[in-house]
Design a protein around this ligand. Structure first.
Ligand code: 9GP
Length: 838
């Protein structure tokens, strides 16, 4: 007889429990089933890549299981949810992270060994999805990991680009960009939701009509594309909570352009449809500077429009009053890229659901909050009115309306101020420039209930400089949320020797959920055994990196040397050029020494990695300069192993996981007041590197916690910068001029190409390379002296690593939840790790 109701349900539970239990044989069965039936390969053709895919699919089954349960629970509990909107998510590889978070790494390792594979080999098979440029996108991914781990009801929303950030190759010392078609192989983690799709419109005109004495607007667009959802389950650590990263892909709609077809212009009609797919085809490879291209605005609107529809659909599953919307929905805008969501939500509320303007506005600004990630004024997004009008005519009207109300209020507030019109001009959402533009940051500030910077110093600069007038007007809106990074990926997955050490001495893994626990290990700071184990962990990581460098660059580096590393996007404000000048200085100093003196010097391997935006000429020249220094130094027999210079190609999340744990010294040397926070500084110090840095971004807070005596801090402080800039044409001083001349006379690379890098420092040194240079080389000398005392170095390194609890993204996310989103976590049962028992 057919089982129904409870009985049938129970059977289903039983079957699932059997399918998903954590027995080695169950894992093996699911892998083999995926090889045979999903990939349609045979057991006899079971190569590494198919083993990787089948293993990933078997892990995904588990993720889907907990994902489904989580979503059901979110719906049942009906608590407020947060939606993290970001045009970039720099996800990195997923397999190891998923296994660590599920507590199944050892089980899968055992299961795979019996079928002929080492788990670590499979990790290397995975492509690294590079759907982001750098810090901003990686932060978004760390945040999702923490949101899931802390049991928050949260979703991420973004774009599923076909081409991620380009693959960087170094050819004859130059950066060459190769397309990254990361989807060439199947993406085993995502779930295509062809049933979840929304129409997104562009262009056209706005029609007006009167209804009961009120003017109504009707947008008649001229183009339609479809947004299709791709879901990526994000598991939390030591919890069943599995949240969702929903990425949108653009496809043509099924409505044909009958006119073109009727005219027999079949190919033109198809071509128009194909244009729809361009929208999500490629990530813009610019970091911190807007591209200003029409396609970019299309991308922004595309993902915002689909997301807002999705969020509203979920809200309206239950019938309720719109006033409840802010009690159920919080939307975080990651930089200004999703800013168009604000007028979009207003448009939907007013035009579609007929809410009166003021009512819609009151709902809207409670929902949104905005994070600013840079103070570089040139990085603030502005879109020309002309483009806006052509692409989003109704949104432009709404922006004008927001501005009209806002300007009225500002005008009243400053009614008696002689500078009233200047103030209004400064705060307006519209810049009266040529061409006239919409200022997206101003839109975000006005349309959000909270605005935050990403480190204390940065948040203060927002209040006192970049957004000073807004801070005066809305004093309670501005907050700070110092960034953090997830210890699951950045310690547990990247640094096995250190994780094992923590587990051994803390006798548990609970430090992974509360990173402040590592501080208690300070009691071992005089324990020789502990220190030696810590030193050995670093040494193992250095050897792993040395092997990687030999494979990728064909250079052998001595692992008894100090590893001095700078990896991040190449930017003048980050000052890779300052680092390069130091390398030249050191090379000349070594060359001038007697053989005996040279033998007493600390060996160093200088490593630089990072991508330059394809159109950023100065940044590309810096890459070439570093490679040219390497060519000279690495081939100089006088120097040998005393100094090596390596450019690490194609810096990305997966290489970061090998590079960061191997550093002795980390270069965090941006001009004070330019780097909003930095997050690699946190990852490096957590992994035992010592900071060589300026008082900039989050360095300031790191130094607060680990102690200034455990860091090498140099250079102008933020309050000194403006004054120093006024003298940016000052002479370099003898020692620095000698280095400038060396580049200009061709000692390193072709002076025709590289001299301009030096000339810009000579004449207009915006980022204060000249004035910081001398304190920098002094600190570098101090670092050498310290390194000679290995015990002291080790103590500094250990103290740094153990005192980084504050910089876990768990702390950051908790602050966002409490102070911005007003978000509660959902009660989700904790699995006991390695058991997956329910
Ligand atoms: O440049 C900042 C970096 O300092 C910060 O750590 C990161 C995350 O908050 O954001 C970067 N900003 C951008 O990538 C673009 O604004």
């Amino acid at each position: 007889s057919v089982m129904r109701g409870e009985e049938a349900n129970e059977k289903l539970w039983e079957l699932m429990a059997e399918y998903i239990d954590s027995e080695k044989s169950t894992i093996q069965k699911s892998i083999v089933a995926h090889v045979e039936y999903t990939l349609a390969r045979t057991r006899f053709n079971f190569d590494k890549n198919s083993c990787f895919k089948a293993t990933a699919l078997s892990i995904r089954d588990r993720l889907i299981e907990s994902w489904n349960d989580t979503q059901q629970l979110f719906t049942a509990e009906d608590k407020k949810r947060v939606y993290y909107m970001s045009i970039e998510f720099l996800i990195g590889r997923s397999m190891q992270n998923a296994l660590v978070n599920l507590g199944l790494e050892d089980k899968y390792r055992e299961a795979l060994e019996e079928v002929g594979y080492k788990l670590e080999e499979l990790y290397d098979e995975e492509v690294d999805p590079g759907l982001g440029n750098g810090g901003l996108g990686r932060l978004a991914s760390c945040f999702l990991d923490s949101l899931a781990t802390l049991d928050y009801p949260a979703w991420g929303y973004g774009i599923r680009y076909d081409y991620g950030i380009f693959r960087q190759m170094i050819v004859k010392g130059y950066q060459v960009e190769m397309p990254d078609y990361w989807l060439a192989q199947m993406n085993p983690w995502e779930i295509e939701r062809s049933d979840v799709s929304y129409d997104v419109y562009f262009g056209g005109r706005v029609e007006k009509r009167w209804e009961n004495g009120v003017e109504k607007s009707n947008w008649i667009p001229s183009e339609t594309v479809k947004a299709v959802a791709y879901d990526n389950p994000i598991p939390g650590y030591d919890t069943f909570n599995t949240i969702n990263l929903r990425l949108w892909k653009s496809i043509p709609t099924n409505e044909f352009d009958f006119q073109s077809f009727n005219q027999g212009d079949y190919f033109r009609a198809i071509e128009t449809r194909q244009k729809a797919e361009y929208i999500t085809s490629v990530l813009y490879p610019n970091d911190s500077t807007p591209s200003g291209k029409e396609l970019r605005l299309r991308q922004q609107y595309f993902f915002c429009c689909a997301t807002i529809q999705d969020v509203i659909r979920r809200f309206l599953k239950k019938s309720r009053d719109w006033e409840e919307f802010p009690d159920k929905v919080a939307i975080q805008l990651n930089d200004t890229h999703p800013a168009i969501s604000i007028p979009e939500l207003l448009r939907v509320l007013v035009d579609k659901y007929g809410l009166e303007w003021q009512r819609a506005w009151n709902i809207c600004y409670k929902v949104f909050s905005y994070t600013n990630h840079t103070v570089m004024p040139e990085a603030l997004e502005k879109w020309s009115i002309e483009l806006f009008e052509r692409l989003l005519p109704r949104h432009l009207e709404i922006i004008y309306l927001i501005n009209f109300h806002f300007m009225n209020q500002v005008g009243q507030r400053y009614a008696n101020d002689p500078k009233k019109f200047d103030i209004m001009g400064y705060m307006s959402l519209i810049e009266e420039s040529r061409p006239k533009t919409v200022r997206m940051a101003n839109l975000c500030i006005v349309g959000s209930h909270a605005v935050n910077g990403v480190a204390a110093l940065h948040s203060n600069l927002l209040k006192t400089q970049l957004f000073a007038r807004f801070h005066e007007y809305f004093p309670n809106k501005f907050q700070n949320k110092t960034n953090g990074v997830t210890p699951r990926r950045w310690i547990k997955c990247s640094n096995k020797p250190l994780s094992d050490l923590y587990q051994k001495y803390l006798e548990s893994n609970s430090w992974l959920s509360d990173l402040t626990e590592t501080k208690s290990l300070m009691r071992f700071i005089d324990n020789e055994e502990f220190k030696e184990e810590f030193r050995l962990a670093k040494q193992q990581n250095k050897e792993r990196l040395a092997r990687w460098i030999e494979k990728e660059c064909g250079i052998r580096v001595p692992t008894d040397a100090m590893f001095d590393i700078m990896v991040k996007r190449i930017h003048e404000y980050k000052r890779q050029n300052l680092f390069a000048l130091y390398m030249i200085h050191r090379y000349f100093t070594l060359k001038a020494m007697s053989v005996d003196d040279r033998a007493k010097q600390v060996k160093r391997v200088f490593m630089v990695g990072g991508k330059a935006a394809p159109g950023y000429i100065a940044a590309k020249k810096i890459i070439k300069l570093i490679n040219s220094i390497g060519d000279v130094v690495n081939n100089d027999p006088d120097i040998g192993d005393l100094m090596k210079v390596v450019f690490l190609p194609n810096y990305c999340v997966s290489s970061a996981q090998i590079i960061i744990p191997a550093a002795d010294l980390t270069e965090q040397i941006s001009t004070a007041g330019t780097e909003a926070s930095g997050t690699s500084n946190m990852k490096f110090v957590m992994n035992g590197a010592i900071i060589m840095g300026t008082m900039d971004g989050a360095n300031v807070e790191i130094v607060e916690d680990v102690g200034i005596q455990n860091s090498f801090i140099f250079g102008a402080r933020v309050h000194e910068v403006d004054k120093l800039r006024q003298h940016s044409g000052q002479p370099a001083g003898t020692r620095l001029q000698k280095l400038f001349d060396a580049v200009k006379n061709g000692t390193f690379g072709n002076p025709k190409e590289l001299s301009s890098l030096i000339e810009s420092l000579e004449h207009n040194d915006v980022y204060l390379v000249k004035s910081d240079f001398y304190s920098y080389i002094e600190k570098q000398a101090e670092a050498d002296a310290t390194y000679k005392n290995q015990d002291q170095w080790l103590r500094m390194s250990i103290t740094g690593a153990l005192n980084m609890g504050r910089f876990s993204s768990d702390r950051t996310i908790k602050e966002y939840a409490d102070e911005i989103w007003d978000l509660e976590s959902v009660e989700i049962p904790k699995p006991s790790l390695n058991a997956m028992s329910r």
